[in-house]
Design a protein around this ligand. Structure first.
Ligand code: ADP
Length: 208
């Protein structure tokens, strides 16, 4: 099963992807994480990628597409995958269509004021990549999985948040139109489990 997850930064698509991975056994290919890994390698390319990411603007599509193709060629992608954070623009959707057809596109939808609230309170684990939210019950500032102190990503600071949401707004409509017939919309206004339920049911019918 090949899936795309669309959704703004902070809409909860990463959290949803992790649940799909758990239940359907296909890997989550997070473009943001892959690019952050390259950025932290310290290479020349990595430095450039890091500059784009910290500002909240898009890394050029040719670079991103090379990263994606490399990842898709790995063995764990044989039975499908969840694309999280790719495509983000209509030109990326056209690039993807040249190499594969996806089965379904899940669009995670949330009002922008709620997104801004969630992102500003989002904290990330530098060690295992888990994310938490300073407004959630039981939040201590340490990772719930590995106890490492959490940090705030540079692009989760107010100015970069605004830029990321603007970039998203500019690009989402053409993508939604492009995938019209394969689109499944879900609201993430409720809890992570409430968001997941209809998606799980939909994927079960798709699988059958
Ligand atoms: P979020 O979805 O929360 O903004 P991500 O971790 O998915 O965070 O992405 C962070 C940054 O990585 C983006 O702001 C952008 O700079 C870069 N990036 C991720 N995916 C893409 C993509 N498909 N095309 C271009 N840049 C990307």
């Amino acid at each position: 099963m090949k899936l795309i997850l669309l959704g703004a930064a902070g809409s909860g698509k990463g959290t949803l992807a992790k649940k799909i991975t758990r239940d359907f056994g296909i890997p989550q290919l997070s473009m943001g994480d892959m690019l952050r890994d390259i950025a932290s390698s310290g290479s020349e390319l990595g430095k450039k990628i890091g500059e784009y990411q910290n500002k909240g603007i898009l890394v050029p599509s040719d670079v991103v597409f090379e990263v994606l193709k490399e990842r898709l060629s790995q063995k764990d992608c044989e039975n499908g995958y969840i694309l999280d954070g790719f495509p983000r623009t209509i030109d990326q959707a056209h690039l993807l269509a040249k190499v594969t057809e996806v089965d379904a596109v899940i669009s995670v939808e949330l009002a922008f004021d709620e997104i801004e609230r969630r992102l500003a309170a989002r904290r990330t684990c530098p060690k295992c990549g888990d994310i938490d939210n300073a407004n959630y019950e039981g939040f201590t500032g340490n990772c719930r999985k590995c106890q490492t102190p959490l940090f705030q990503r540079d692009d989760d600071k107010p100015e970069a948040i605004r830029t990321r949401l603007e970039v998203y707004k500019q690009n989402i409509t053409p993508l939604i139109n492009f995938y019209g017939d394969r689109l499944f919309k879900v609201s993430s206004a409720g809890s992570p489990d409430e968001t997941y339920k209809p998606v799980y049911d939909f994927l079960k019918t798709l699988e059958a």
